[in-house]
Design a protein around this ligand. Structure first.
Ligand code: UD1
Ligand code: MG
Length: 471
C-alpha cells in the first residue's frame, strides 16, 4: 500500500490577522483553519499528518492532537524549507504532501486527485499551480517547453516575471528521500533571507529529477492572511453548504443570511428561515421548520418538528412533532419526546419531557423528568440547586396537572395523575392521584374600612388569624 504523510505548514505568526489568536486557529464557518486542512488531508487518505507549529504552540497542539495530527515545533520562522525540515523530515517515508495550514477551501477530492496523479507519474516533485488574473504576491511558475523550471517569489521577481499569471499554491507532492537529499542544500540567499521551499525545483533540475506542475482549481490557492480574507472564506464555505442542502431538497429562504456548518445534516422538505445558525453535529429530520434567528448547536432534531423564532438549543434531542419556542432555551442533556410542547420563555436543563408533555410559558425545569401528557403551568420552577450547592432531581409522573406559578423544591417526586394547585411551593412528595395545595389561604373581610396604614396592616393580620381559628 502506498503511504502518504502530510506536512502542514502553520509556523507563521499571521501578523496581518492583528489578533492574539494564532492565525491557523481562527474559525472558518465553525472550524479552525488548520482543522479544515487536517480534515482534507485525512479525507484524501494521508495516514500520518504532521503540523509545523511556531507561534502559539500549546494552543495549536490542543486543537490538532484530538484530530490525530502530530505537532512539530519550528523554533524560529526561517522560511518554508526550514519549516518542512522541522517536521522530522529525516523520518519521512513514502510519499509526502506538503501544504499550507491557512488554505481552508481545499477539498479532500482536490488532494485525492493530485495524489493519484503523482502516484501514476514518475516525477520526483510536483508543484500545484493555478492561473490567476491578479497573481499578486504569489510565487511565479517559470516553465520551459511546459516543464517547470523554477518558482520565483514576487519579491525577487523582475517586472517581466511578475507578469506571469501561473502561480505556486504552496502545495507540493514528493517523496521522503527527495526531501532528505535536497532540503539540506537549500540556502537563504534571497530578499527575505529565508530558506525557500521553492528552491527545491532548481535543485531537482540540477539532479535531472523530473519536476511537474499540476494545475488545479483556484480554490486551492485561497489563503487567509487577514480578517477580511477570513470572512470571505467563511462566506464561501457557508455558501457551499447551503448549495449542497438546497440541492438535496432543503428549503433555505435566504441563503445570504443563513449559517449552517458543514457537519450539519438536514432532511429534505425542511425549511430554514433567515438568521439561523446551525452548528456542530446537529441533525434535523424531514419536514421540520426552523424559524428565524435560532441558534442550534449539536442537537438531534427529528422530523416534523417546529423550532419557533429566537430559540437557543444546545446538545439536546427534540423528537417528532414537538414544538419549541418562540424564545425557548434548551440547555444540554434535554430530551423532548414526540409531541412535546415547550413555549415562550421556557428554559430546560438536563430534563426529559415524555411524550405529549407541555410547558407552554415562563418556566424553568432543571434536572427533571416530566411524565407523559403532563401539563406544567405557567411560571413553574424546579428548585434544583440547594443551599448545599448540590443539584437535586424533580420527578413528575404521567398525566399530572401542575397549576400556574408552582415551585418544586427538589429532591421531590410527584405521582401519576396528581394535581398541584396554583401558586404552590411543593416541598414534600405527592402520591399518585392526590391533590396538593401549598399556599397562603385567602380570607375576605366584608365591609372593611381601613383607618391608618399601621392599623390597617396589624388588623389585617388579626382578622386572618381569627378567620383561620374559626375554620
Ligand atoms: C509561499 C511560497 C509562494 C506561494 C505561496 C502560496 C515560499 C518561499 N513561497 O509564499 O511561492 O505562492 O506560499 O501561498 O515557499 N511557514 C512556516 N514557517 C516559516 C515560514 C512559513 O511554518 O518559517 C508557513 C506559514 O505559516 C504559512 C506557509 O508556511 O502557512 C507559507 O508561508 P508564507 O510566509 O505565507 O509564504 P508566502 O510568502 O505566502
Ligand atoms: Mg502566505
Amino acid at each position: 500500500m502506498i503511504r502518504w504523510t502530510s506536512v502542514i505548514l502553520a509556523g507563521g505568526k499571521g501578523t496581518r490577522m492583528k489578533s492574539p489568536l494564532p492565525k491557523v486557529l481562527h474559525p472558518v464557518a465553525g472550524l479552525p483553519l488548520v482543522s479544515r486542512v487536517i480534515a482534507s488531508v485525512k479525507g484524501a487518505g494521508c495516514q500520518e499528518n504532521r503540523v509545523v507549529v511556531g507561534y502559539g504552540e500549546s494552543l495549536v497542539r490542543q486543537v490538532i492532537e484530538p484530530q490525530g495530527a502530530f505537532c512539530y515545533v519550528q523554533k524560529e520562522q526561517l522560511g518554508t524549507a526550514d519549516a518542512v525540515k522541522s517536521a522530522g523530515y529525516d523520518t519521512l517515508k513514502g510519499f509526502v504532501l506538503i501544504l499550507n495550514g491557512d488554505h481552508p477551501l481545499i477539498k479532500a477530492e482536490d488532494l485525492k486527485e493530485l495524489m493519484a496523479r503523482f502516484e501514476k507519474g514518475s516525477a520526483a516533485l510536483a508543484v500545484v499551480t493555478v492561473k490567476l488574473k491578479k497573481p499578486g504576491n504569489y510565487g511565479r511558475i517559470i516553465r520551459h517547453k511546459g516543464e517547470v523550471q523554477a518558482i520565483v517569489e514576487a519579491k525577487d521577481a523582475s517586472a517581466a516575471t511578475l507578469k506571469v499569471n501561473e502561480v505556486n499554491t504552496g502545495i507540493y507532492l514528493t517523496r521522503g528521500e527527495i526531501l532528505q537529499e535536497l532540503l539540506p542544500k537549500i540556502k537563504n540567499q534571497n530578499t527575505k533571507g529565508e530558506y525557500y521551499l521553492t528552491d527545491l525545483i532548481e535543485l531537482c533540475r540540477q539532479k535531472k529529477y523530473t519536476v511537474e506542475g499540476y494545475e488545479a482549481h483556484k480554490r486551492v490557492s485561497f489563503g487567509v492572511n487577514s480578517q477580511a480574507e477570513l470572512a470571505t472564506a467563511t462566506g464561501l464555505i457557508y455558501r457551499r453548504k447551503l448549495l449542497q442542502l438546497m440541492d438535496e431538497g432543503v428549503l433555505i429562504i435566504d441563503p445570504n443570511c443563513t449559517y449552517i456548518e458543514d457537519t450539519v445534516k438536514i432532511g429534505s422538505g425542511s425549511v430554514i428561515y433567515p438568521g439561523c445558525f446551525l452548528r456542530g453535529n446537529t441533525s434535523i429530520g424531514s419536514f421540520s421548520v426552523i424559524e428565524p434567528h435560532c441558534f442550534i448547536t449539536s442537537c438531534e432534531i427529528h422530523e416534523s418538528v417546529q423550532i419557533r423564532m429566537g430559540s437557543h438549543l444546545e446538545k439536546s434531542v427534540v423528537k417528532s412533532r414537538a414544538i419549541v419556542g418562540p424564545y425557548a432555551r434548551l440547555r444540554p442533556e434535554t430530551v423532548l419526546e414526540d409531541e412535546v410542547q415547550v413555549g415562550n420563555f421556557v428554559e430546560l436543563k438536563k430534563t426529559l419531557m415524555k411524550k405529549g408533555a407541555k410547558a407552554a410559558h415562563l418556566t424553568y425545569l432543571g434536572d427533571a423528568e416530566i411524565g407523559e401528557s403532563t401539563n406544567i403551568g405557567c411560571g413553574t420552577i424546579t428548585c434544583n440547586y440547594a443551599a448545599d450547592r448540590k443539584k437535586y432531581k424533580t420527578l413528575i409522573g404521567n398525566n399530572v396537572f401542575v397549576g400556574s406559578d408552582c415551585q418544586f423544591v427538589a429532591p421531590i417526586s410527584i405521582g401519576d395523575g396528581a394535581v398541584i394547585g396554583s401558586g404552590s411551593t411543593i416541598t414534600k412528595d405527592v402520591p399518585a392521584k392526590a391533590l396538593a395545595v401549598a399556599r397562603g389561604r385567602q380570607f375576605v373581610k366584608e365591609n372593611y374600612q381601613p383607618k391608618t396604614a399601621h392599623e390597617n396592616a396589624s388588623s389585617a393580620e388579626n382578622i386572618a388569624e381569627k378567620t383561620e381559628q374559626k375554620e
